[in-house]
Ligand binder design. Structure first.
Ligand SMILES: [Zn+2]
Length: 67
């Protein structure tokens, strides 16, 4: 088995922004994503969104009140 460096993990901050995501979701980082920005770009492709100060997985994005 080959160990690969995992650059960054972006976790969902949950509906309230208190890291209480019911899905305990995290962005599945692509093999080539080694920076937070790159991982977030992966997340956007997977349906993640970034309200100010938070990262939301697709499930929490769906629950987020539209403003
Ligand atoms: Zn979530």
């Amino acid at each position: 088995m080959t160990a690969h460096l995992i650059g960054y993990e972006i976790a969902c901050n949950g509906p309230t922004g208190q890291n209480d995501c019911p899905d305990s979701a995290a962005v599945r980082a692509s093999f080539t994503s080694r920076t937070a920005a790159a991982v977030r770009a992966d997340g956007r492709r997977q349906g993640w969104t970034r309200p100010p100060g938070r990262d939301l997985c697709p499930a929490c994005t769906a629950k987020e009140p539209t403003r």
